[in-house]
Design a protein. Structure first.
Length: 78
């Protein structure tokens, strides 16, 4: 007997195995960092952002970017 074209043939071994991806070690480490407050990092000025802002905004964008990064660090007490 051949199976009908719209039906898949029966698998002789039953159900396919359930695949479980266990990322508990990395999830636990990142959760601990945020719970303990260690997840807040000091934000640095980027040389490449400053370069492209200088090229495209004649330096005005650099001022806004520098103020943004400085304010971000100050608001978080870093």
């Amino acid at each position: 007997m051949t199976p009908a074209p719209d039906r898949q043939p029966a698998q002789p071994y039953g159900q396919p195995p359930t695949i479980i991806i266990n990322n508990s070690s990395s999830a636990t480490a990142s959760a601990t960092a945020f719970i303990g407050g260690g997840g807040l990092r000091y934000r640095r000025q980027s040389l490449w952002v400053h370069f492209w802002l200088f090229m495209f905004t004649a330096g005005i964008g650099n001022v806004f970017y520098a103020v943004h990064v400085s304010r971000w660090n100050r608001d978080r007490g870093l």
